[in-house]
Design a protein around this ligand. Structure first.
Ligand code: KG4
Ligand code: ZN
Length: 332
């Protein structure tokens, strides 16, 4: 089964053709990062405008890269929620047009399901599993007993991990998106500053706003005193707490829920420190495997939407009609 998948939920215009949920026949992504960099973050109206400009060329390129025609496609999939409503709409309109024109089933995919199923491109899922979703908009722990059976067991109560990475990076003078810059700065440095660890009653929820304020206060007060800032030390010290939180709670959930597999996904799953530490923590558990997406599938991309769509279709979850609309905050 060949699925033509489209993802436009934020600032990437992406299309892919996925065969049987695993084989990536093509993946074409254009990013608007350079456009949004001067604003220090994604500007929704600007994002949807650039999706409109890019979408047709991206769709055509995905087809030609795979050396296929629309007649070779069996279904259309599109990210329908969550995301920036004006951005989602561009992908949804394109998907509806193709589905109507070629009389194909239309599979509406949840963006977070897409991030989770980025792992299905390279690895079989082993249930029950615990998925840690860490991106610019989400930090969640999800328990899955089967394909497309999602139970949200924890989430951030304030900022998402990627969002905090981006804010700290911005104050340190790194361009948007700042996560990879902090990751690199942290890699070769000691963490000597003790920023406060979040304190929460609930075992699987996260909170990063207190940490963010502590780091920003540290930077501002050093600047006021005219002290030189050590970006490496600040990055390493900040990242140490974030990773301890993410890894600690994921492992705790994996043990409590008797998980056979731990999945990490979302833009922040590209973080080298996180990848290294979750790997060594999962290795210490017996009979638990780890799945992390290949780096090219960590951030937003349509290949993950095509993979999710395949399993969603197999589970016989209802298809979308031509009434499909963009939902900024749809539930998983
Ligand atoms: O999944 P994604 O591409 O978009 C959303 O759905 O939000 O995630 C983007 C987020 C950004 O906040 C970016 O800074 C972060 O992922 N990110 C990283 C790294 N690479 C991307 N954060 C930390 N370390 C990285 N290496
Ligand atoms: Zn995402």
């Amino acid at each position: 089964m060949r699925i033509f998948a489209i993802e436009t939920s934020c600032d990437e215009t992406s299309a892919a053709i996925i065969e049987d949920g695993v084989r990536v026949c093509s993946l074409v992504t254009t990013t608007q990062i350079a456009i949004h960099q001067k604003f220090g973050g994604v500007v929704p109206e600007v994002a949807s405008r650039y999706h409109v400009e890019a979408i047709t060329a991206v769709l055509a390129e995905a087809l030609s890269e795979a050396k296929l025609k629309f007649e070779d496609i069996d279904a259309i999939a599109v990210t329908a929620t969550p995301g920036l409503v004006g951005s989602l709409l561009v992908g949804i309109q394109a998907a509806k047009t193709l589905a109507l024109l070629y009389d194909l089933p239309l599979i509406p995919v949840h963006h977070i399901a897409g991030h989770i199923y980025a792992n299905a491109l390279t690895q079989n899922f082993e249930f029950p599993l615990i998925a840690l979703v860490v991106s610019g908009g989400h930090t969640e722990l999800i328990y899955m007993k089967d394909h497309f059976d999602f139970e949200l067991i924890g989430a951030t109560l304030d900022d998402a991990a990627g969002e905090v990475y981006d804010k700290v990076a911005r104050v340190l003078g790194y361009p948007y998106p700042g996560g990879p810059h902090i990751d690199r700065a942290a890699a070769n440095n000691e963490a000597t500053i003790s920023f406060p660890k979040p304190k929460l009653e609930s075992p699987y929820d996260f909170s990063f706003s207190g940490l963010k304020s502590a780091v920003l206060n540290y930077i501002n007060s050093a600047r006021q005193k005219g002290q030189a800032l050590d970006n490496g030390d600040i990055s390493a010290s900040f990242q140490k707490i974030v990773i301890e939180e993410l890894v600690g709670k994921t492992i705790r959930a994996a043990q409590a829920y008797g998980a056979k597999q731990v999945i990490v996904c979302g833009g922040v799953s590209a973080n080298i420190g996180l990848r290294t530490q979750i790997e060594s923590a999962v290795n210490q558990l017996s009979n638990v495997t780890l799945a992390m997406p290949e780096l090219q599938y960590c951030g937003d991309n349509a290949a993950m939407i095509g993979a999710a769509a395949y399993y969603q279709y197999m589970q016989e979850i209802p298809l979308a009609t031509m009434a499909l609309d963009a939902k900024p905050n749809g539930k998983l």
